[in-house]
Design a protein around this ligand. Sequence first.
Ligand code: 9L3
Ligand code: MG
Length: 134
Amino acid sequence: MSGGTVVAGAIYADDGRLLLAQRAYPPELAGLWELPGGKVEPGETLDQALVRELCEELNVDVRVGVRLEASVRLKPGLDMVAVRARIVAGIPDTTEHLDLRWVDADMLNAMDLRGEIVPNDRAWIPELLADLRE
Ligand code: 9L3
Ligand code: MG
């Protein structure tokens, strides 16, 4: 149950903003904001897993882009990576999350300072801010 990889999507809209999703569980993460995603299943590539997860969680079809540099050790044997993506079909919907929000650099930075981001996802904030400020 412990081995594997979690893949998360840094989804950018055409206007440059980034999609954040508010976790509903577990209790210690509920209410905090993350890059949406989930576990890579046996036999899947990272990209395939991200497409599946974002379809399941947000009801959108995405085109996968370039990975973020930072990877995160969630626990021994379970690592998390993030991949940039764009929506090619659908409008993001909450099936598993409490809420969704499109943010620019200032909004993301303010949310981080207020402690509203899932702690593990904070490793990506420098790269996300750089993308958003491009
Ligand atoms: N996790 C952390 N940040 C994220 C994602 C998608 C997931 N951006 C952590 C939370 C859970 C584990 O990875 O402990 C599995 O994620 P999920 O399947 O509950 O989304
Ligand atoms: Mg998930």
